[in-house]
Structures are given as structure tokens and as C-alpha cells.
Design a protein around this ligand. Structure first.
Ligand code: BTN
Length: 269
């Protein structure tokens, strides 16, 4: 559980941790032991007008959601949280926030635990080929501009994959406890992630996408590898050449064509 400083009792079973700080993100942290989905909760609050930087956190999610409509299994011990952002960006620019989030996770896991992290297009963080964290960005837009974005982080922290994830995920997933052989201080990790996200978000807003993309690519082990991209039922195999300045994957198929892929799930061939 995230340790709470100055918990206030909210209108329901929620602890509200409201700290007036100079930090842009995390001025309001809402915690609940169990929710359906912290993203769903954050989106609900954002629709009611919650400010940028509001965060929802839970020990466990009953209906955690992954990308492409998948379920996200969220046992206790994981770090499941969502951040509300209100960038003044076009809907197209805001899609790049997934890289801000991915770089946040990669840098924090490297700095805190010296793990051999890799970013995998578009939203995964891997350790030695196994997924340790996924990010789900959901935006509400009107007239081509962003009203809010919710970025949800699902980080497998203090549990063992063999004990707490279903069999079908065990070969492709890992956790911090599996990698480090011990449990981590999840409160400290949470605050590191929020601090880093705030820094990289500011960098993105002030300097644009390129410094983010450069940082993200430094961890991108899949570039130069043969991969398969799955979108709905369609699978496309090819060589991952690069990620371009719009965040699109450049995939060279066997016929020599180079495809700019905007959506999908990449796996190694
Ligand atoms: C993925 O890799 O498919 C994205 C997974 C994102 C999971 C997180 S857990 C916290 C937040 N709440 C959700 O329901 N999903 C995201």
C-alpha cells in the first residue's frame, strides 16, 4: 500500500491525501484499497473538473484495463495508479504522452534499481524481454484539442509472477520482486515516478517531443529486430527500423515496403 501522509477521509471509502506542494503533479492523491480501475476513476474525476496533477491509486483493481481493450491483472503488491493531465495540445500531439510515460518508467527503474530496462513500442517497459510495466493513455478531446488525458501506470512491483499472475502471462511478464529477489519500497518508487513524470512532462511541453523520443530510443531494444505487429486480427511481420518524429513505428516488410504503423502490439518474432 502507498503510505499516506495526512490522510483525510473522503466522501466514500477513499483516503484523500491533499498536500499543498510546489510540485505540479501529485498535489492531490486519492487512494482506495480496491477499485475497478484507477483510469476509470481518474476519468470520472477529470470529467467533474479535477485539476491537472490529480492522481488516483489503488492496492488492487477488479477491472484493470490494458491497451486494445484487454484486461490488466492487478494483484495486491503492484503499483496501479493514474494521473490526470490537461496539456494545451492537439489530440495528435497528445498521443506522444505515452512516450513521456514510458521514458519515465525506464529511467526510474534504471536509476533506482539498475535494472536492464528496455522500452518497447508503443507503451511497454521490459526487463530481459519480459514485461514489467504497461501504460494506458486515454484522452478526452473536443474540436481536435485535448480536454484531459489520463495516464495509467501498471507496474508489477511487490509480487511474484508465478504466484499472482495467470499462467498465460507467466512467460511474458516479470515483477520487481522477481528481478531483485526482494520487495521494494513502493511508496518511494511511486514518488520517484511522479517526480520524473513531472520533469519529463515539463520537458515535453517546453522543448517538444524530440528530447523525449531520443531518451526513449536509448532504451529501445527492439529497433533493428525482426518483430510482428498485431492490430486486431491482422499480423504484420517485418524489421523494426525506427520510431519517427510522430511516434510511428517504421516497419520494413519482406516486400521491401516501409510501413508507418500508428497502432498495434509489437512482439519479437
Ligand atoms: C497495457 O500494457 O496494456 C497497459 C496497462 C495499463 C494498466 C494500468 S494499471 C493502472 C491503470 N488503470 C487501469 O485500469 N489501467 C492502467
Amino acid at each position: 500500500m502507498i503510505a499516506l501522509n495526512k490522510p483525510l477521509r473522503g466522501p466514500d471509502e477513499t483516503d484523500v491525501v491533499a498536500e499543498a506542494t510546489t510540485k505540479k503533479l501529485g498535489h492531490t492523491i486519492l487512494f482506495s484499497h480496491e477499485v475497478r480501475s484507477t483510469n476509470q476513476w481518474a476519468k470520472h474525476l477529470a470529467k467533474l473538473g479535477a485539476a491537472e496533477g490529480t492522481i488516483t491509486v489503488a492496492d488492487t483493481q477488479k477491472r484493470g484495463r490494458g491497451r486494445l481493450g484487454r484486461e490488466w491483472v492487478s494483484p495486491e503488491g503492484g503499483l496501479w495508479f493514474s494521473v490526470i493531465l490537461r496539456p494545451r495540445l492537439s489530440a495528435q500531439e497528445a498521443t506522444k504522452l505515452v512516450f513521456v510515460a514510458g521514458l519515465t518508467v525506464a529511467e526510474v527503474l534504471k536509476e533506482q534499481y539498475d535494472l536492464p530496462v528496455e522500452t518497447k513500442w508503443p507503451n511497454d517497459t521490459l526487463v530481459l524481454g519480459r514485461k514489467i510495466c504497461g501504460v494506458l493513455c486515454e484522452a478526452s478531446t473536443s474540436g481536435g484539442h485535448v480536454d484531459f488525458v489520463v495516464i495509467g501506470f501498471g507496474l508489477n512491483a511487490n509480487f511474484l509472477v508465478r504466484d499472482d499472475l495467470p499462467v498465460n502471462l507467466q512467460n511474458t511478464s516479470t515483477s520487481l520482486q522477481d528481478e531483485l529477489g526482494k520487495r521494494v519500497n513502493v511508496e518511494k518508487l511511486f514518488h520517484c515516478l511522479i517526480g520524473k513524470l513531472g520533469d519529463l512532462y515539463s520537458l515535453f511541453l517546453s522543448k517538444g517531443f524530440l528530447p523525449i523520443l531520443e531518451g526513449w530510443k536509448k532504451h529501445a531494444g527492439f529497433i533493428g529486430q525482426r518483430i510482428v505487429v498485431t492490430d486486431s486480427d491482422q499480423k504484420t511481420a517485418g524489421l523494426a527500423l525506427d520510431v519517427d518524429a510522430e511516434g510511428m513505428l517504421l516497419l520494413k516488410t519482406e516486400d521491401g515496403l516501409i510501413h508507418r504503423v500508428s497502432v498495434g502490439d509489437a512482439s519479437f518474432k
